[in-house]
Design a protein around this ligand. Structure first.
Ligand code: SF4
Ligand code: SF4
Length: 399
């Protein structure tokens, strides 16, 4: 199905399945739902951009509606465009302009990561931040790592192989969880694959989700140009964050009409890539026993990519390991969404299914590929949450 077709309004058969699946519409009446904000209002928006209703700001861009829609309508893309039109007409609050620039915040944190973490944990300061900026004082802020992934990668002895891949870590791995990026390098090296050292910009999703589409488009153009250079040399681009992956592969095309379709086969989720190695009989399958039990939360953007759960396929090769799907839907955080004062209660309410599943299944630790899901699950349950790559690296570590 072509992208134009996906976006065609007339595909909507008004079944309202998207409404019954939307996690935001389930918990609040401030959002009039995917059907009304998507295909219904899009007709008016095409004629008159000022017809954008501010309710569209409550769409979290989780993309659950896209997965549910039987007609393949790209509802979330319509909502993102509508948010962009709203911001273009009315401007964005300073808070959203800051939250959209995750990379800039990461760079600023480099001045003194421990101090930034410390100030971010003081309740009194967080309350002031909530009053002045509208950033929820309740939501746990992500902790910045002492050294970025790129710094740590440069310090490592470069493994050399004829087989090479390019790794696109994304901002959260670079600034907050560099151990995930290092686990990816370990896993690749165990399979005889060299990870090329290079730095990349933010994918632009935080800007997109905050309606700052012009800035996001400029970043998208730069990213495509750089990635294309590697693809032309025959390298695959590997991501470990499902949201970065979906943005590079799909959002650039749906939102900005950038010709990313030809890049799609060359940009792979890390476990999708490992699955390919497995199919070709090239995956190293000697693993140490890992006698641990985990719950697993599938990020919405991995679901939206239509890849299934490739990490489950690989993790079931590890002896002793038990991984149980939480099967609890959206975590509710959706990037910067749950950090906003007015959206925090919605985000928390959406995430209660995860809290229940963790309790019912007596889960002690959780796995998830998305950094924001990791943060939200930890915030709501108090459990430690890891990327599946970390378990895989552990299982490889003694060989
Ligand atoms: S993207 Fe998520 S929040 Fe937005 S309309 Fe679709 S299901 Fe609802
Ligand atoms: S699920 Fe798809 S076809 Fe059904 S109402 Fe929503 S957009 Fe229309």
């Amino acid at each position: 199905m072509s992208q134009e077709h996906r976006l065609a309004l007339d595909n909507c058969i008004k079944c309202s399945i998207c409404v019954s699946h939307c996690p935001v519409a389930r918990v609040t009446d401030k959002f009039s739902g995917p059907k009304q904000n998507g295909p219904d209002l899009e007709r008016f928006r095409l004629e008159e951009p000022a017809a954008v209703h501010e309710s569209v700001g409550y769409c979290s861009n989780c993309k659950t509606c896209d997965v549910a829609c039987p007609s393949g309508v790209s509802i979330s893309a319509m909502n993102c465009k509508a948010k962009g039109e709203y911001v273009a007409l009315n401007g964005a609050p300073l808070r959203d302009k800051i939250l959209g620039r995750v990379e800039l915040m990461g760079m600023a944190s480099r001045l003194a990561p421990p101090l930034v973490n410390y100030f971010g944990s003081i309740k009194f300061l967080r309350s002031i931040g909530e009053k002045l900026m509208g950033v929820s004082a309740e939501m746990t802020l992500p902790k910045y790592a002492g050294k970025t992934f790129y710094q740590l990668q440069r310090k490592r002895k470069q493994y050399v192989s004829d087989q090479k891949i390019v790794y696109y870590p994304g901002c959260y791995v670079n600034y907050n969880t560099p151990e995930v990026g290092l686990a990816l390098i370990d896993v690749m090296e165990q399979n005889g694959i060299q990870v090329i050292n290079d730095k990349f910009s933010c994918c632009g999703l935080p800007l997109i989700s905050n309606g700052l589409l012009k800035d996001a488009e400029a970043i998208a153009k730069k990213n495509i140009q750089k990635l294309q250079g590697y693809i032309d040399q025959g390298y695959k681009i590997i991501t470990s964050c499902p949201s970065c992956n979906l943005t590079l592969r799909r959002e650039y095309q749906e939102l900005f009409n950038l010709n990313a379709e030809e890049l799609n086969d060359e940009i792979l989720d890390v476990f999708e890539y490992l699955q390919l190695l497995k199919q070709e009989g090239k995956l190293k399958d000697k693993f140490a026993r890992v006698e641990k039990n985990y719950g697993y939360h599938q990020p919405c953007h991995l679901k939206a990519a239509g890849l299934g759960i490739p990490s489950m396929d690989i993790m079931q090769l590890i002896p002793g390991l038990t991984v149980q799907e939480l099967d609890a839907g959206c975590c509710g955080l959706s990037g910067s969404y749950g950090f906003k004062k007015e959206k925090y209660p919605i985000s928390k309410e959406i995430g209660q299914n995860i809290v229940r599943s963790v309790k019912d299944n007596n889960i002690g630790r959780v796995l998830s590929e998305c950094g924001m899901c990791q943060l939200q699950v930890k915030h709501l349950t108090g459990l430690e949450v890891y990327h599946p790559l970390q378990v895989l690296a552990e299982a490889y570590s003694v060989y």
